[in-house]
Design a protein around this ligand. Sequence first.
Ligand code: GLU
Length: 295
Amino acid sequence: MQPDPQYRGRFAPSPTGPLHLGSLIAALASYLDARAHGGQWLLRMEDLDPPREEPGAAKAILDSLQDHGLHWDGPVLWQSHRAQAYQQALDTLSAQGVLFRCDCTRAMLGPDGACAGRCLGRQADVTTPCALRVQVPRDCNIAFCDSIQGHQQQALGHALPDFVLRRKDGLVAYQLAVVVDDAFQGIDHIVRGSDLLSSTCRQIFLQQRLNLPTPAYTHLPVISDARGQKFSKQSHAPALESGTAPHNLRQALAFLGQTAAPAELESCRQVLDFATTHWMPSAIPREMWIAAAAP
Ligand code: GLU
């Protein structure tokens, strides 16, 4: 692997529950890719959506990462402290004339969640509370190359003629916050689960509008459980036990198709050092879904 000391990666969990095997895989892959390049690995807590948060989850996630030897560089960036930066980005977009207010109820929106310009022609009559949406030009096509999933493209102007940047309840949308914060943290490589693949074109669109750089993307296959459901908190994935941390790391490495660390390497540090030296992104399985329970 070519050293790249400028490399800056990140893990950006939402505090909706404790770490489970699926989130450990994303954390580990982003960590190893950063460390194998000799780069930095940053942590951002995406605590932007209080109604979805679980009390104590942010601390539990940070403790669990440390217990697995996944130590990050620099201070944690908390999205709950970033309201001003998000407002600045909204102001920039507003000055470009691409934002509009939308008071549609859920029932009025299209199947893709788009207002489809219904509110655009009646801005003076839009009642509050209202959402703030960005208009996507009809001919807007976004393409990028994902290092695992290959060439990706979306006719964004057709698929999503507008999308929400600030919700009706006043909360800033993930799509905007992630773009503002990745740029703020200088992230140039994003390694995350492929459940976020469908968001990426919206994020690249916002990067272009805000004149921010587009990072390199790696979307990892998402683990499905035996019933074919995403292995997630919603599907009752169990929280990781810190007492079995080295074993958890080995399990995550197996899912990532990496060489197993020799049995005599017992500590998390030893397993992580071995995995960093032997990191082979090309061995990560290409499928979007791995229809298997934990090995
Ligand atoms: N906070 C998001 C999640 O936990 C991940 C965001 C990202 O990696 O872009 O699903």
